[in-house]
Design a protein around this ligand. Structure first.
Ligand code: ACM
Ligand code: ZN
Length: 745
């Protein structure tokens, strides 16, 4: 059959359509479009096209026509481009959203209509999905359908950190295709860091010769930089797909790589190396030195030349102030400008850069730290640390992009953020005044790449979770994870055909402990229970012992570790996991705290330190309880039937890059009545610690009473390590204590 495909940027929207639920897959064809469109009406059956297709398009949409002819032509159906017969060029503002579109497929024609080329690009994404989801090898098969669609939020993005690890042009172009395919519209391209500078700047050649390479701890050299031609090609390609690329040039912090090439830009002027470790670094641009502003204006001028985006992201996050505190020039700047200390200096710095960019026709986006010391309401705030900063920004009149660590960090593993969590993400902070809703312009997933050295790892972290974010930011309908989950199943073949090595949707195996009749049990489960089988064994049993199929909770009567593996449709699903556990006398005895633990590292809540679950080397495994910048006192009531204490054991985490240190000291007091306390008759076995050590490490602290006796209450007093020391790149910051369990034996 011969069919005409009309592509027009005219908004000729059908009226009186009915909203009907999307069908998963039936005689009407597979309509598992993601993100789910606003309105779909199926008129029943499929259109099959095995003859030539004539594409008729508005001239300005020739690139879009090329994309369509490429994928439709991919199966050998002849695609020809005819002259434009339907030139509905007048922009009809019936719908205000530039990305809204209509598709109408019947037995005679396929129509893509929108009021802008961006809308046509989104329509093409839907058409391509309909085509791929109903694929046949010899003909084009499409459901007869009418679709009207529009986005919920105008800003829908992916931050890709190409500084920590470099991803080549081919990967960037492929990711632009995938952003378009899932109707995201922004690539936030993170190009400068402590660990590398990745954008060629003609005026400062050492940014290429020095700042784009680092010497890895093993002696290897790791380098990469995008040439101006690479960037022009990428930007042009993205423009054609209606994807905006927003470059991020970090300042005043995260700038050690630039300082390595131009040490005169720092407060001390001392030579430093491009950082070869992860973390937050104290070498930042000097705010008292005019040369720094000249440098940044020169750099940003070249950035503006390359990127047409309305917004330039200027970073602004994680700025240790210790260099500024000790720099005469910075201190003079504070005095001369009557600034509120270093916070005021941060604000001064950002505002000067903002004024420069504004004078050149651009606006800034900055991380929520740019609120520090005040910022004008034209700046867009990207909220990442916590909802309180988003609310502060909204109330101050700023527009906000939401990418909180709780829902949007793709570098976090599935324990912390799985597909369901991202899918259910609502960028609108709970409880805010509805008048402020409109200032939330959208969200992003942040793909930081410290631990993403290659494309395979990148794919597995980004997909499928980014697809959950795509629907969270685009679709206006009521959320239904089960429905989304059933639709995404048919996208995995598509991802494979795009050469994406996607990862899992959720942790293949989750676990929890419970306490029943004085006994501790371990329960294993998978979110996708129906299709997943779990096998387990005790780690210490002989290696030849078979894994057993898990069916009932496992009794834990001693300290042990359980190893578990999942299989989905009989294929291994995810990695084997090891679960360290402890049965002890304080299990389920709710501790009383003098001060709260972190809401982000709560080990599961009030029973987190007495649930039998021990921590692993992944400090985000959900078993570590974190305390930020303070000492801790915890009281546990062991019960009226006094307990004999033989030893108390706790594990503490150390990872200096993330400011997590072992406690300075730990003491135990005991009491029979919670009134008079006895102290100092415990021997503390404290591991030798070197706070400068860079590796992640778990240290066990053991306390053994000098004399055997029974007690009811124990009080544990833990002294925080204190401020991060001078040798550290984040010197002066508060530090964390991380503890997994208080094991009373
Ligand atoms: C950030 O994650 N430092 C914005
Ligand atoms: Zn300075």
């Amino acid at each position: 059959m011969k069919v005409k495909l009309y592509i027009s940027a005219t908004a000729l929207f059908l009226s009186n359509y009915f909203a009907i639920a999307q069908t998963v897959s039936d005689a009407n064809g597979n309509l598992n479009i993601i993100p789910a469109p606003s309105e779909i009406i199926c008129s029943g059956g499929l259109v099959s096209i095995d003859g030539p297709i004539n594409i008729i398009f508005d001239q300005e949409l020739h690139f879009q026509a090329e994309i369509v002819s490429k994928f439709l032509g991919g199966i050998g159906v002849k695609v020809s481009s005819g002259s434009a017969q339907m030139l509905f060029i007048s922009i009809n503002n019936e719908y205000s959203e530039p990305e809204s579109y209509e598709i109408c497929i019947d037995k005679n024609s396929i129509k893509l209509l929108a009021n802008s080329s961006a809308g046509i690009s989104r329509a093409i994404a839907t058409l391509e999905q309909l085509f791929l989801l109903n694929r046949s090898n010899s003909e084009i098969r499409l459901p007869k359908v009418y679709i009207f669609d529009k986005p919920k939020f105008i800003h829908r993005g992916l931050l890709l950190d190409c500084a920590r690890h470099f991803f080549d042009k081919k990967t960037i172009l492929q990711y632009i295709d995938l952003l378009a395919f899932y109707k995201l519209n922004t690539l936030h391209w993170h190009l400068t860091e402590d660990q590398a500078w990745r954008i060629t700047i003609d005026k400062y050649p050492r940014l290429k010769s020095i700042s784009s390479s680092r010497i890895e701890p093993n002696g290897d050299i790791y380098s990469g930089i995008y040439s101006k031609n690479d960037i022009r090609e990428i930007v042009k390609y993205a423009e054609k797909r209606n994807i905006t690329i927003i470059p991020e040039i970090e300042l005043p912090g995260h700038s050690q790589a630039a300082i390595a090439a131009y040490p005169e830009l720092s407060c001390t002027g001392e030579k430093v190396f491009v950082a070869n470790d992860w973390g937050v670094f104290k070498e930042i641009y000097c705010a008292g030195n005019e040369e720094v502003f000249r440098f940044l204006k020169d750099v940003l001028s070249e950035v503006i030349d390359l990127f047409p985006s309305k917004y330039i992201h200027i970073g602004g996050d994680e700025v240790p102030k210790i260099r500024w505190e000790n720099c005469q020039k910075c201190q003079k700047r504070i005095v001369d400008n009557n600034l509120d200390g270093e916070r005021g200096l941060q604000s001064y710095f950002i505002k000067r850069i903002q004024n420069f960019l504004n004078a050149n026709g651009r606006e800034i986006i900055g991380w929520d730290e740019i609120l520090e010391g005040g910022i004008s309401s034209e700046a867009v705030i990207q909220s990442w640390r916590g909802v309180e900063y988003a609310i502060e920004a909204l109330e101050a009149g700023n527009s906000v992009i939401m990418s909180p660590t709780s829902h949007a960090y793709l570098d976090y593993d599935l324990k912390a953020i799985d597909l369901k969590k991202i899918y259910l993400f609502d960028p609108i902070p709970k409880g805010i005044n509805p008048k402020l809703h409109g200032q939330v312009i959208g969200g992003e997933c942040n793909m930081w790449t410290e631990h993403v050295p290659d494309k395979k790892t990148l794919d597995s972290k980004v997909f499928p979770r980014l697809i959950g974010m795509a629907e969270a930011l685009w679709s206006t309908g009521v959320k239904d994870y089960d429905h989304f989950n059933s639709r995404i199943e048919s996208h995995y073949d598509i991802l494979t055909n795009f050469n994406i090595q996607y990862g899992e949707e959720s942790l293949p195996i989750s676990y929890e402990t419970f306490f029943l009749n004085d006994s501790l049990f371990l329960k294993l489960f998978s979110i996708d229970n129906e299709n997943t089988e779990i096998y387990f064994k005790h780690v210490n049993t002989s290696s030849s012992a078979n894994f057993l199929l898990y069916s009932l909770p496992i009794l834990i009567d001693t300290n042990c570790a359980i190893s578990a593996r999942a299989f989905k449709s009989e294929k291994p699903y995810g990695e084997e996991i090891i679960i360290p556990l402890s049965q002890h006398k304080a299990i389920n005895k709710e501790p009383k705290y003098t001060d709260n633990f972190s809401e982000f590292y709560d080990a599961g809540g009030k029973l987190g330190l007495v649930d039998g679950k021990l921590g692993t080397l992944d400090f985000r495994d959900g078993n570590w309880q974190g305390f930020w910048g303070k000492n801790i006192e915890i009281i546990i009531d062991l019960g009226k039937d006094l307990s004999q204490i033989n030893e108390i054991i706790s594990n503490f985490y150390q990872f200096s890059n993330s400011w997590i240190f072992l406690p300075r000291s730990i003491k135990i007091e005991t009491s029979l009545d919670k009134k008079s306390w006895e102290r100092d008759d415990f021997n503390v076995f404290y591991p030798l610690q070197n706070p400068r050590k860079r590796e992640k490490e778990i240290s066990q602290i053991k306390l053994i009473p000098n004399r055997k006796r029974k007690t009811r209450y124990i009080k544990i007093i833990i002294e925080n390590f204190g401020k991060v020391p001078l040798w550290h790149e984040a010197a002066g910051s508060d530090s964390w204590i991380f503890i997994d369990e208080i094991q009373v034996h």
